[in-house]
Design a protein around this ligand. Structure first.
Ligand code: ZN
Length: 136
């Protein structure tokens, strides 16, 4: 079943491009601040802890756990009417960052806070891969 609306897709910026390039290559990439070691997500120009611009990208395995979630029986926008129930989640990685995502390959009744999840690279086309999550 397809939606009659064109779904919105991410528009990479110079700051976020490495994150999206990573997903297209099947990798989760996070920024880490060199002076203070803090991991950073969403991508940005400066460390939110020490304000340094000395930040590098690193590949991580992306495995984490569900920090919180909600299930929507009504689509959050008309574009997602073919995706209900939407399993929206915030996943926390061991690096301390949290990512907003959607869960796949899991029944609504099986979703739990704290459950272990791994990345599911959802390639929409050659240029856009979304980071969704599924149970480990
Ligand atoms: Zn820092």
């Amino acid at each position: 079943m397809s939606s009659s609306f064109t779904k919105p897709v991410p528009t990479p910026t110079p700051v976020t491009q490495p994150f999206w390039d990573g997903l297209n290559a099947g990798q989760v990439r996070l920024q880490q601040c060199n002076p203070c070691g803090r991991w950073i997500h969403y991508p940005r120009n400066r460390c939110p802890s020490c304000l340094s611009a000395d930040i590098d990208w690193h590949d991580v395995d992306g495995i984490g756990e569900v920090y919180t979630f909600t299930v929507t029986e009504q689509p959050t926008a008309p574009h997602f009417s073919d995706e209900v129930p939407q399993k929206l989640a915030v996943v926390e990685l061991p690096q301390g960052v949290r990512l907003t995502t959607t869960l796949v390959n899991v029944a609504v009744s099986d979703i739990r806070v704290g459950m272990a999840v791994k990345p599911y690279f959802d390639a929409l086309d050659a240029d856009t891969t979304l980071l969704r999550y599924e149970p480990v």
